[in-house]
Design a binder for this molecule. Structure first.
Ligand code: ZN
Length: 327
């Protein structure tokens, strides 16, 4: 006889002494290259993976990110757009899709593996193969619109993963928390009209891409934007979450939490002017893990977005993943 769902949950919780954290990545994500001087460079992932090879990360369960299917990608993107991305992939050199987003020969596969990694992480966490997961993938995703590449992003990895969680696993309510310094316009636009999708973002204002005002609340008050002034720091960042985003997330009662983990709000980052410290990312990750444990059996999947100072990025990712591992 099968134990009841609530009993299975109790058994699963009781067997958790150490958190098992998955790490999804793929070598092709380092081959995607947008040009010699582009800040969203392969060196970012190289620095992160070098740091995550340290002894304190020996317990990470490392898995290769699979390629997503077109069917998965097309839950968020128009089929003509997906086709156009692959038609634009050059054999050599670069093709620009917008002023700051380009593709090279590896970009198509890298984009499919970035999506596939986070969808596989959702599968593994929902099935209970691990407690949570971090996806060290690129290209990032949160600026990608249904039919437009922008802001270094090709496919909206996190929005596709949210739809995957709903369609493949029957989860009803999926939340995305986005602490990248830029607003995730693509994620917000996809989520805007869905009662059961929640998107929250803290971001510098004014700043690229120019969306994310606080009156943009979604049709069902399912969007929560907090604008942070340039030069604001730890206190304002923690207040944004403590007073606005985390209460809204708790109220939403997610079945799963996805994190758009961009580390470009860091004080050392060259692309923006917030003064957030590594300890603030640690604090926020702890808060999100706690809400995950209370609301959705700890089902948390985090994926890399921005972060352009290699030292700040690798240290911040390491600190974020350590919290996920419970160490
Ligand atoms: Zn960013």
């Amino acid at each position: 006889m099968q134990p009841a769902a609530s009993d299975r949950e109790t058994i699963r919780n009781a067997s958790r002494l150490v958190m098992t954290t998955l790490l999804y990545t793929h070598p092709v994500c380092q081959d995607h290259d947008m040009g010699e001087w582009h800040p969203e460079a392969p060196a970012r992932l190289k620095a992160i993976l070098k740091r995550l090879n340290g002894d304190e990360f020996a317990a990470l369960d490392r898995r290769e990110a699979p390629k997503a299917s077109f069917r998965e990608v097309e839950r968020v993107h128009a089929p003509f757009y997906v086709e156009a991305i692959f038609e634009n992939i050059p054999q050599r050199g670069h093709v620009h899709l917008d002023p700051d987003t380009a593709v090279n020969s590896a970009s198509g596969e890298a984009a499919l593996r970035a999506v596939g990694g986070i969808c596989a992480a959702v599968d593994a966490v929902v099935k209970g193969e691990a407690d949570n997961a971090f996806c060290a993938v690129r290209p990032p995703g949160h600026h990608a619109e249904s039919s437009a590449a922008m802001g270094f992003c090709l496919f909206n990895n996190v929005a596709i993963a949210a739809e995957h969680a709903r369609h493949a696993h029957g989860l009803e309510r999926v939340a995305v928390v986005d602490f990248d310094v830029h607003h995730g316009n693509g994620t917000q636009n996809h989520f805007f009209r869905y009662r059961d999708l929640f998107y929250a973002s803290s971001h510098q204002w004014p700043c690229y891409p120019g969306t994310g005002m606080e009156h943009e609340t979604g049709v069902f008050h399912n969007i929560c934007n907090v604008q942070l002034r340039p030069n604001s720091g730890s206190e304002e960042f923690r207040r944004a979450y403590g007073e606005r985003i985390l209460p809204a997330l708790r109220k939403f009662k997610p079945d799963m939490i996805l994190i758009s983990a961009g580390f470009d709000a860091h004080i050392r980052d060259p692309l923006a002017q917030l003064r957030v410290q590594t300890e603030d990312f640690v604090w926020l990750t702890q808060e999100l893990m706690e809400i995950g444990a209370g609301e959705c059996a700890g089902r948390v999947v985090s994926t890399l977005e921005g972060g352009y100072d290699l030292t700040a990025l690798s240290e911040s990712v390491a600190a974020h993943v350590k919290v996920m591992m419970g160490s």
